[in-house]
Write a protein that binds this ligand. Structure first.
Ligand SMILES: [Cu+2]
Length: 164
């Protein structure tokens, strides 16, 4: 009985801190096609974005048409520095498991539920592939767009985001 109570208490505490952490993230959220007011074409090279900085209005919904024109796998990820750091260790594991290779992605393994790697705030692309990402910049602060493929963030595959 007592043991049960503690487990519930711990679960409760963990859910509260997760909720608080999410709230303070302030990166915006997945946007809807009908709310798109601007389309920005983004090219991913080895290892930089073109353009490498963005000016966005608070609250606006942008469709990013992301194309990987490099020779390596790249990611377009809208987050903040803390989230990027966390995501980099996740990506490192996928590389170690040979699911993400230098120039390709093992999609079969990626589709495996335990390895599912889809986040609403990012697209991971093989060379010559493209994908759209619609994002609503609502209630955002301190965000940056970056690639978390191991080593890429460290060599500066980061784009600044200025919010007005
Ligand atoms: Cu990259």
């Amino acid at each position: 009985m007592f043991k049960h109570f503690f487990i519930i208490l711990i679960t409760f505490t963990v859910s509260i801190s997760t909720a608080l952490a999410d709230k303070s993230m302030k990166i915006g959220k997945k946007g809807k096609q009908e709310d798109v007011t601007r389309i920005i074409k983004v090219l991913m090279y080895d290892n930089y974005f073109e353009p490498n900085s963005f000016k966005v209005q608070s609250g606006e919904t942008i469709k990013f048409e992301v194309e990987n024109v490099g020779e390596l796998v790249h990611e377009f990820n809208i987050a903040n520095q803390t989230m990027h750091k966390d995501h980099q260790s996740e990506m490192q594991k996928l590389v170690e498991m040979e699911i993400i290779l230098a120039d390709s992605i093992d999609k079969m393994s990626m589709m495996d539920k335990s390895m599912a790697h889809s986040h609403t705030n990012s697209v991971l692309l093989e060379p010559k592939k493209s994908k759209d990402l619609i994002w609503k910049f609502e209630n955002v602060s301190n965000i940056e767009i970056a690639c978390n493929v191991p080593g890429h963030y460290d060599v500066g595959m980061i784009a600044k985001v200025e919010i007005n």
